[in-house]
Design a protein around this ligand. Structure first.
Ligand SMILES: Nc1ncnc2c1ncn2[C@@H]1O[C@H](COP(=O)(O)OP(=O)(O)OP(=O)(O)O)[C@@H](O)[C@H]1O
Ligand SMILES: [Mg+2]
Length: 457
């Protein structure tokens, strides 16, 4: 990625320079050409003025001073000058012989026809490209001759090349700076990503305690590192929970399994009279095993992250669950009383959570409720939610036990032997997954006041 980034950055700089400098180079060439032509034109007209008198006199008179002027001019400017009379014959040296015929040069003919011309052509005499300027020498209304100045095309190339060399140096320096900047920038961007990659590799290898660096690199990478760390944090929590859960669960399953095995072993050697008892006990252990497994399943489902909450009518659910438990309560000679405010009440919960919570609380209460006692199931509006409670008149629990009772597999000494110790753990998990919480309080007459707070809807 780093190399690609550097290549892209340098590529962009080179492209920008090319787009800017290639037309600039051709523009430079045309500017230089225009400058040369303008200069030659100006000189040709000046010269034409000077030779006008000489030509007017039909080439007679003193041409020496003019010739030495032309010679100096030719040397300093690297040009060649031809002055011809109206017949197209050279009238001045020193480059050309006086009398040499120039009528075969189209530009001379144009100038003699009264038209100043400029252009570029290949010189057959010199075998190179030439720039030429030819202007007529006019006296009054008549053309008495022409002046032509030629310069080799290399004059322009030289000027352009020296300017291009300057431009090239600028381009080179820009590219060098771009390469250095690209290395620095690519490093700044990719270094934190490389570190993040190393962290993910260590995590993939099983080290969930490692974290990405949240304090270096560009803001986007820092924000990525933060959400990455949050994700790993949650993952670590989940894995820890799962490990703990699996450990406790397998440990707790071992006890009823051992009990079952002992019962079956006893059954195998039991006489006919005891066989029925042993098998019945074995069946009871099987039932308990089944309930533990079911409880574990409910718990792991309730721990599942994204559950959609649904509205539940508190009054209707309480009435319906109490009707369900009534026959058993009657069997225990316990009164099941419903005490709910008149106000309409509904809560937002994990589907069926309210039913399961009430069932677990009533089930626990029935386990401890003495004959002739009352279990009260109530609900009341509090702040921004609803409190649902199942109060019994049983022996109750100490403050410490009430706090511990929600732990998985926790059971009080002498508790109902058929219990799994998972009921309250399930209640707490369901309440929390619904955005509420559960707790055991002490009832005024010594029993347990099992409460769940849920958000109203
Ligand atoms: N109302 C209560 N009064 C006294 N003790 C209680 C009451 N509710 C719960 N407990 C104690 O807390 C323990 C844990 O209860 P929990 O509902 O989690 O499991 P359980 O009732 O033993 O088993 P399960 O719910 O699977 O039948 C119970 O074994 C009991 O000792
Ligand atoms: Mg229970």
């Amino acid at each position: 990625m780093r190399t690609r980034l550097i290549a892209v950055l340098v590529g962009v700089v080179v492209l920008v320079l090319a787009v800017q400098d290639i037309p600039l180079a051709s523009h430079l060439r045309s500017v230089e050409r225009d400058r040369l032509v303008t200069r030659l034109e100006r000189d040709a007209f000046v010269l034409a003025g000077r030779v006008e008198e000489v030509l007017e006199a039909g080439g007679a008179g003193n041409t020496d001073r003019l010739e030495s002027l032309v010679e100096r001019y030719e040397i300093t400017e690297d040009v060649r000058v031809v002055v011809v009379d109206v017949a197209g014959s050279a009238v001045l040296g020193p480059t050309f012989d006086v009398g040499e015929d120039f009528t075969n040069r189209p530009e001379i003919l144009d100038a003699l026809a009264g038209r100043p011309v400029t252009g570029e052509r290949v010189s057959t005499t010199l075998g190179t490209d030439l720039f030429y300027v030819a202007v007529p020498v006019i006296s009054g209304d008549t053309t008495v001759g022409a002046v032509r100045i030629t310069a080799p095309a290399s004059t322009i190339s030289g000027a352009v090349n020296s300017r291009l060399a300057g431009l090239g140096a600028v381009v080179l320096i820009s590219v060098v700076i771009a390469v250095i900047a690209a290395f620095a920038l690519a490093g700044a961007i990719t270094r934190p990503i490389t570190r993040l990659t190393a962290t993910t590799r260590r995590l993939a290898a099983g080290d969930l305690s490692d974290r990405a660096d949240e304090d270096s690199g560009p803001p986007e990478v820092r924000s990525l590192a933060r959400s990455f760390n949050t994700m790993v944090g949650r993952l670590e929590q989940m894995v820890d929970r799962q490990r703990g859960f699996a450990g406790t669960a397998s440990h707790q399953l071992r006890t009823p399994l051992t009990a079952l095995r002992l019962r079956l072993e006893s059954a195998a050697i039991a006489d006919e009279q005891q066989l029925g008892d042993h098998l019945e006990a074995a069946l009871a252990e099987t039932d308990r095993l089944g309930r533990i497994i079911e409880g574990l399943l409910v718990l792991s489902r309730a721990e599942g992250a994204d559950v959609t909450l649904e509205r539940s009518d508190v009054r209707a659910v309480i009435r319906e669950r109490c009707e369900h438990w009534d026959p058993l309560a009657e069997e225990h000679e316990v009164r099941l009383v419903v005490a709910i405010d008149d106000a309409p009440m509904s809560v937002l919960v994990v589907p069926t959570a309210l039913e399961q919570i009430i069932d677990n609380y009533i089930d626990n209460a029935l386990d401890v409720a003495p004959r002739g006692s009352t279990i009260t199931v109530g609900a009341e509006l509090v702040d921004d939610g609803i409190e649902i409670r199942v109060r019994d008149e049983g022996p109750g629990l100490s403050a410490e036990e009430r706090a511990e009772a929600f732990g998985r597999f926790w059971r009080a000494e002498g508790a109902n032997p058929g219990g799994t110790g998972l009921g309250l753990a399930i209640v707490r998990q369901l309440a929390e997954s619904s955005g509420g919480h559960a707790e055991l309080r002490q009832a005024p007459d010594g029993g347990v006041d099992a409460v769940v707070f849920l958000r109203g809807s």
